[in-house]
Ligand binder design. Structure first.
Ligand code: URA
Length: 232
């Protein structure tokens, strides 16, 4: 048994206070009877809940991928800046999705969100070491010494030691970087320790997931296979 208002929130129909208003307005029926009491207990397995006559189902585990544009901070709220939450389409707005890790305001590319707290913690745990692949444009050209330094484990300017990482030169001022951790501004600081200022950064892959043809600023749900693969 669970509270009707929690069930309605988990179905993504609105926030707790919006749900209360829907109930007050008599728009929700439980087993055919209008229910106005948000604290009433229901059994979603056995009872039918209708909103404006349409049956509701709990969203369950949701994982979505955003192709983040520059200019949005990775936070659930911010007083000054636009947040990545503003990029979620209406159907995901009330599912209590949280970003998995973070991308800097100016970084673009692959950012996951989930409503599954256990999955979220497993994915951001340093023990998990999910490889993340970035494309960078930067000042200067990558040398053999830079590649070796990344492979050995970069020491940042503040003395922090990073795990071994892969640096691949694509062209003058363009590189692919693979890291297995998520320290603050990690790629930018690793490149800075080799005297290369990053001018543009995009996360292209996380584990087995890649952006594919998802347009910038758009969101897509992961397939059940992708979620299974991610949860391994
Ligand atoms: N490394 C960075 O410096 N910034 C990001 O957004 C992600 C990785």
């Amino acid at each position: 048994m669970e509270r009707l208002d929690k069930f309605l929130c988990d179905c993504g129909v609105g926030t707790r206070s919006q749900v209360k208003l829907l109930l007050k307005a008599g728009r929700v029926r439980v087993d055919g009877v209008v229910q106005r009491d948000n604290g009433c207990k229901i059994d979603p397995q056995k009872q039918t809940v209708l909103l404006d006559g349409a049956p509701l189902r709990e969203a369950g585990q949701v994982v979505v991928m955003l192709n983040k544009p520059a200019g949005y901070v990775t936070a659930t709220e911010d007083r000054q800046e636009q947040t990545v939450m503003e990029l979620l389409p209406a159907e995901y707005k009330f599912l209590d999705l949280k970003p998995v890790g973070r991308l800097d305001k100016q970084t673009e590319g692959l950012l996951l969100f989930t409503n599954d707290g256990d999955l979220l913690h497993r994915l951001i745990s340093p023990k998990k070491e999910v490889p993340k692949v970035y494309y960078a444009r930067h000042e200067g050209d990558v040398t053999e010494e830079d590649v070796k330094a990344f492979a050995a484990g970069i020491t940042l300017r503040d003395g922090t030691v990073c795990l071994p990482a892969v640096l691949e030169r694509i062209a003058a001022g363009e590189s692919r970087i693979t890291v297995c951790e998520g320290k603050y501004h990690q790629v930018r600081r690793m490149m800075a320790s080799r005297n290369k200022t990053v001018l543009y950064l995009e996360r292209q892959q996380e584990g087995t997931l890649s952006l594919g043809d998802l347009p910038r600023g758009k969101v897509r749900p992961l397939t059940p296979e992708e979620i299974r693969e991610l949860s391994k």
